[in-house]
Design a protein. Sequence first.
Length: 452
Amino acid sequence: MLTIPSKSNCNKWALRALLIMLVLGLASPVPLCGSDKKKKKKVETVQQPTGPQGEPVDLSKLVWPNPPNIARVRWLNYYAGMKLDYTPLAQTKKKQSWMDRVAGSKQVDNVDKLKKFPWQLIRPYGIAIDSKGLVYVADQKVGAVFIFNTETRDATLIKNGVDAHFGMINGVAIDDGDRLFVSDGKMHRVLVFDPQHKVEGQISEGLVDPVGLAVDNENRFLYVVDEQQDLVFVYDADSLKLLRHIGTPGKKHTSTLPGEFGGASNVAVDRDNNVYVTDTMNNRVEIFDADGNFISEFGKHGDGPGYFARPKGVAVDCDGHIWVADQYQDRVQVFNREGQLLTYIGDVHASGLGQFQALVGIAIDKQNRVFTTEQYPGRMQMFRYVTDAEVAAEKEKREADLAKAADARRGVTSDTSQKPAEAPAVTPQANTPDQKTPDTAPQKPVEPPPSR
């Protein structure tokens, strides 16, 4: 039965409530724990990257090889996921009274201030770039394909359970019509998306553990590396029918024969439609023609520059150089077709700019941007490849500057009309910057130590 208190009891309870409010400060015009007014959090924009101790990083020095050599690779940026947005949401609820606060029903301001936490990279693997320059990254742990706009740093996702059904996604590839191919090792298939990112088909014939992908747009071939079967399957990129395979199955990663694989992981295609496969457990790269015929191989096991210790990602630039991402060495190495080391990035296992931890993926687009993925920091880094033609132009400029400086030392005016008709050639001095021809290595190959 509900008991109605007497008038005297009501006065006593009112007095007790007033005393409690005075003790807690609720009856005071100035709250003890701060003002009810919302304080806007100031978001500082980082103008440039900083080092481990917070010191500013000079991006002009993040080049490979080091000056005075002509740079062949420049670091540009990194991406770890969707942008953090701290913009407060619009106030939609009325101001609370003191009775709400006494009853413990005060709303938390942060609910209104913070938006939904964005998705971040955890275990990124394969990379592909579409015709608009958007970068697609398959994340094995998140179970989604991140799509990065490198200019605005915005990111959208193709999500598991929303846009498609993924098990364990690994590789991605995009054809010249912006159709997206995504390999899924757990589901034993490759999903095919149209340019609007809607599923339009799948490939499952013959597949057990698909990983790396590549597209030959001219011949309309889709290459799919099956790591467990030691095979590279070749499908028609349009009809999705199986055409043939490269390699010999059934040897359980034990074959070292040319043209066969021991745990192959990734594949790339050059502008001549040659095919490059990282034979991971054999620590080599094998090269085939468009018909699947073996051409050559390079690479040996070791822990020094020029050697491999579990190569994973592979890509080919516009000048035909072969870029290999080495997972155990955390090093990107660049080779010519003969397997001669040209330059490399990364020399320690670290998370600094231009360094790597659990490096796995690499891709190069038509703008000569180089993208890498690493799994422990959960990020993608972006570099710029300096082409042979650009190096030739820089070499010519440096030689002209040297000649001009030499003329100035001799007192010769820069006005060509006052120069002798047959001016003697100027020989650069021995201590001038390294001036290699564009078809040679950007830095001298490092003599590797004996392999372990």
